[in-house]
Design a protein around this ligand. Sequence first.
Ligand code: NDP
Length: 466
Amino acid sequence: MAKTYDYDLFVIGAGSGGVRAARLTALGGKKVAVAEEHRVGGTCVIRGCVPKKFMVMASEVSHALEIAEGYGWTVDKATFDWPKFLETKDVEIARLSGIYVANLGKAGVDLIHGRAVLKDAHTVAILGKGEGGEDLIVTAERILVATGGRPWKPADLPGIDHAITSEEAFHLPELPKRILIAGGGYIAVEFAGIFAGLGVETTLIYRGPNILRGFDNDVRSHLAGELEKRGITVILGCQHTAIEKTATGLLNKFENGHEIETDVVMFATGRVPHVTDLGLATAGVELNEKGAIKVDEFSQTTADNIWAVGDVTDRINLTPVAIREAVAFHETVFRDNPQSYDHDNIASAVFSQPPVGVVGLSEHDARQTLGEIDVYVSRFRPMKYAFTGSDERVLMKLVVEAKSQKVVGVHIVGPESPEMIQLAAIAVKAGLTKAQWDATCAVHPTMAEELVMMKDKQTPGAMAVG
Ligand code: NDP
């Protein structure tokens, strides 16, 4: 007789990936539970993409006010109320989290608030959630781990406890006058823009030769220049040796002997998969060399009945990717329709100010993997700034495989680039050629029209490298 379990599927983690898998599977008639130790919604909704975007939008208002003056508006003393903004933001985040909870309920998913730990491949303990305060023990035929990631900071740096991460940045009791952000990735440049726009004296310090390692070199150098135009001090090739508390703030000490005092220090030095104390080894789930859950192309772990999706697998750590991986898992496991999510040509945006939109290969990577390529670059001042003193410039770059003439990379730094790149990604994913892009009539007057009007090939090596 077949063994029976409490659940057909038990999901650990109610973030973007876990919730999607739980809902689809429950809607398909299966008995599903999801455990969440924090708030439902995960990194994206509670302490990531969504609150971050609200902060970016709040911050961008200061730039809009500057532009407004150029257009004849008189802007009397504009002030920003940080506590009021936080309160409004938190109401909206609570509303969104509530929608996630409601949708799980409507799908018939059992939501268990608590920390889930694997006891074996089919048994989960939810700590302290039994009726008498003991662990609640449930069994499941299949388990999905979708516990996401968490910020990492260098534990051995003297004074590191004085530094916050992005998680605390969403709830600072007051807006600091001075902030120093360590790191040169997505989170560092996004928060540098947020705080600078809100009037905070902002310093970005990064250990490498230019920010956004892995991005196209023209994007990296262009953005670094634009951040400085927005008043951010960008210090490259430099690392902390200590952080010390003083009577007036926090003293940051660096390898080159320099010191900078600020009110807040934020480390945005990466995120790590959330795998601690989950009982993974007990259940036969192995980690890879980077400390993420090892999965195959169908998101199956080294345990036959356990799968993992999203940041805990450290493939491409983006919300829409976790959701697609969750859908593929559901199709494969519960609908007898094996699907392996294709991680190629995934567009992404960095919500810096100005923002960045990217899809496909950088010039460097295209040369390495494809050989001969054509590169088209355009830099121009957006029309919006014509009446202002702003010398902010947009960068647009197309990378084309010479032989096939397919556009294999699109890189944009400038206003609305996240919106543009979503659409450009369709053309790149579809493998359209440069001639097909150019056959598309321009929409005038827009910034995006430049993407279908780039005529002059860049001479190799002519542009700045980061
Ligand atoms: P990233 O991996 O993008 O950047 C981490 C940064 O920290 C890098 O610049 C890295 O330098 C630096 N760093 C690492 N270790 C140290 C150290 N010991 N001392 C000094 N600097 C160090 O991580 P983030 O935290 O910015 O973001 C995590 C992930 O979350 C992103 O990769 C992305 O997948 C996702 N994300 C996506 C967003 C979006 O889509 N808009 C927004 C925010 C996050 P180096 O480059 O030299 O290694």
